[in-house]
Design a protein around this ligand. Structure first.
Ligand code: SF4
Length: 358
């Protein structure tokens, strides 16, 4: 049976896969907390030299000790498997797999390999494919090629909310190749090729930004026609930020709620109220309107690309926090007890009603 022994392989013949995806495809045994299920197969291109970038928080950074194969990525191991075998396993589970995502790393062969792997997947079955790309090595023509290869969505992981934080953790601060302006430009290009709502960005909460700065970044993406997906910073052991704490839960909950309002076009970041430290003080909605949104539980579910059914397929169970009542992103709809706990976690801005009068 093909397993991680495929170490001699590199992309495009082999790719790495999230542990949750490996469970979905039957490579690994196990059940997730509360029986969470993953509907997206998250793949990661892999090369012996690893990633040329040096992002301070990333488990794959070339700064981090150890071989590339042994490195974890966003909290959990990403085992490697041959692409041929993955294709076979997906085709046997087509009712279960609602999306596939190919993540590039910053490596000179990654652009062409992304096109090749995408084309192979799209010609084998009709499951939509997202590409999470590295703007430092991708040009406009590549975006056109990605679309021709069958991808329908593009993710650009800007990750940090301000140019200073970007430069400090991904650019000149770590001797890395990434540039803030290029990431935003690439997002705009992706939107022009793929269309409104078909490109977006990931952001990581807890990198030192204020809530107001994060809301402004989320709004900037929405105004450009893009969508946003949230991660909570998690310290990868041995990375440059191994000693940096995850963001406080109340901060993460407020940003989840803000993202939901902004991304859905329900309210604007510049209409929220902020305190002197840039924390969200009120969301500008009437208390009963805000109650309805919080009670739905929807803002606290994992934000990610959808399947053809319009439901989030990329729900990344426990990818950036440990399973349990303190989970950051809910990979399933929160039940009533979850919502009550979320209200406590939210703090005064939404957990106990608003300061504004109805
Ligand atoms: S949300 Fe998921 S499927 Fe979409 S680009 Fe990000 S990792 Fe890929």
């Amino acid at each position: 049976m093909p397993t991680e022994d495929a170490h001699n392989f590199e992309s495009p013949h082999a790719v790495r896969m999230s542990l949750a995806a490996a469970m979905t495809l039957g490579y690994k045994k196990g059940l997730f907390y509360r029986n969470a299920r993953l509907y997206c197969i998250n793949l990661l291109l892999t090369y012996r030299q690893g990633c040329a970038a040096k992002c301070a928080y990333c488990g794959l950074s070339s700064h981090r000790r150890g071989t590339y194969e042994g490195k974890s990525f966003i909290r959990v191991p990403w085992p490697m498997y041959p692409v041929d075998d993955i294709l076979e396993r997906i085709s046997e589970r087509q009712e279960r797999v609602k999306r596939i995502c190919i993540s590039m790393i910053t490596h000179k062969r990654a652009v062409q390999d992304t096109k090749d792997v995408c084309r192979r997947l799209r010609s084998a079955f009709d499951i939509p494919v997202s590409l999470l790309i590295s703007p430092s090595i991708v040009g406009y023509d590549d975006l056109v090629d990605f679309k021709a290869a069958g991808a329908d969505k593009i993710g650009v992981a800007i990750d940090t909310a301000t140019p200073d934080l970007f430069d400090r953790f991904r650019g000149s601060g770590v001797g890395g190749p990434h540039k803030w302006d290029r990431y935003w430009q690439c997002l705009t290009e992706a939107l022009s090729v793929f269309g409104e709502g078909h490109a977006g960005s990931h952001f990581m909460v807890g990198m030192g930004e204020t809530e107001e700065q994060m809301c402004a970044a989320l709004q900037r993406v929405r105004d450009a026609g893009g969508r946003t997906h949230l991660f909570s910073f998690f310290p990868e052991p041995d990375s440059k930020m191994a000693g940096h704490e995850p963001p406080p839960l109340d901060q993460y909950r407020r940003i989840q709620l803000a993202r939901y309002l902004i991304d859905g076009g329900l309210f604007r970041a510049d209409k929220f109220g902020y305190d002197g430290k840039g924390r969200i003080r009120d969301f500008g909605l009437l208390p009963r309107e805000l109650d309805e949104v919080v009670d739905s539980g929807a803002p606290f579910r994992t934000s990610g690309c959808e399947g053809y059914d319009g439901q989030v397929a990329c729900n990344r169970p426990f990818a950036n926090s440990r399973p349990g009542p303190l989970m950051r992103n809910y990979p399933f709809p929160p039940i009533r007890e979850d919502v009550l706990r979320i209200r406590e976690q939210l703090g005064s801005a939404a957990g106990e009603g608003l300061e504004r009068e109805e």
